[in-house]
Design a binder for this molecule. Structure first.
Ligand SMILES: NC(=O)C1=CN([C@@H]2O[C@H](COP(=O)(O)OP(=O)(O)OC[C@H]3O[C@@H](n4cnc5c(N)ncnc54)[C@H](OP(=O)(O)O)[C@@H]3O)[C@@H](O)[C@H]2O)C=CC1
Ligand SMILES: O=C(O)C1=N[C@H](C(=O)O)C[C@H](O)C1
Length: 271
């Protein structure tokens, strides 16, 4: 069987570099391209060297037309605008895509949905097995407990993260809302400050902490009368996201067009 040919977008970033290392460590995977934005200081450098490895013979580039033409799948951890633009290009060429970027607007999500009408895309705010299992558990617990148990989602990340709440917190919020058979947008409470009034029964609250080098920590708290249940995930190494993205890349290659989740990839949709 021939190698899976993977293009990495956001190649110079924390996740891009982790993915390049993971690809170089795995049999059956080939780095087919490494993309960065037009102003990046990494342009022209060898992607292996950017990732802290010996040279691999792939140059970091901004255009990527030739790389996309020879790729099976693109894995993208960059920025919302870059992901949307790249999804349109991948869709035009029928190249599958795995999107780990977070912080999308409703308009961005609509554009990604349109691209997924033309090529297969796996998109998830968290690619790890642990968090996707946590989401399945969250849905089950939220469905089991009634509104006397308030749901609060707490996340903490490193001090370079640019979006809040995290994509994972939103994924967990969606799972809780699904369990309660509610629309998350109508029930979420974010950024409380000042005279907020008492908590609305049934709301799903979010709180974000930023500091240091924390890779990613999430807690879903079910706070009831005189007792509390907490479901927690702590990521210790970005390699868990990279491994999940590579599992998704194998799974999505050759699939029918559509927008898929990590729950689809991991078989957790009916858990
Ligand atoms: N789903 C998941 O499991 C995970 C998701 N993430 C998400 O992935 C994204 C990236 O995270 P992280 O790697 O930590 O962030 P970084 O800022 O370290 O990396 C992002 C990279 O993308 C580059 N970039 C910006 N615009 C473009 C473009 N047009 N084309 C190609 N590259 C571009 C950035 O360049 P420059 O620095 O020069 O701007 C940077 O090198 C975030 O949205 C984060 O939330 C992160 C971890 C896990
Ligand atoms: O920016 C990060 O670092 C992370 N982003 C994702 C998110 O927004 O949830 C996933 C992970 O928590 C790390």
């Amino acid at each position: 069987m021939s190698d899976l040919r993977i293009v990495i977008a956001g190649a110079g970033g924390r996740m891009g570099r982790t993915l390049i290392k993971a690809i170089c460590d795995h049999e059956g995977l080939t780095l087919a391209g490494a993309l960065e934005h037009a102003g990046s200081t990494h342009l022209g450098a060898d992607a292996g060297v950017v990732a802290g490895l010996p040279a691999v013979g792939v140059t970091v580039e901004a255009d990527g037309t030739a790389s996309l033409a020879g790729a099976d799948v693109v894995i993208d951890f960059s920025s919302p605008a870059a992901s949307v633009h790249l999804a349109e290009r991948a869709a035009a060429r029928g190249v599958a895509m795995v999107i780990g970027t977070t912080g999308f607007s409703a308009q961005d999500n609509a554009a990604l949905g349109a691209a997924a009408g033309r090529t297969a895309i796996v998109k998830s705010g968290n690619m790890s097995l642990g968090v996707n299992l946590l989401a399945a558990l969250t849905r089950r617990v939220a469905a089991t407990l009634d509104d006397t148990f308030d749901i609060e989602i707490l996340e903490m990340h490193h001090n370079k993260k640019v979006d809040a709440p995290s994509g994972t917190a939103l994924l967990l919020g969606e799972a809780a809302a699904k369990g309660r058979q509610r629309d998350l947008d109508a029930w979420s409470e974010r950024g409380r400050d000042g005279q907020t009034g008492a908590r609305k029964a049934g709301a799903i609250g979010f709180a974000s902490l930023r500091g240091g080098s924390v890779v990613g920590e999430h807690a879903v708290i079910f706070a009831g009368p005189a007792e509390r249940i907490e479901l927690v995930h702590k990521a210790e190494d970005r390699m868990i996201f990279a491994h999940g993205a590579l599992v998704a890349a194998r799974w999505v290659t050759g699939r029918q067009p559509g927008l898929y989740s990590m729950a689809d990839v991991l078989g957790l949709s009916d858990f």
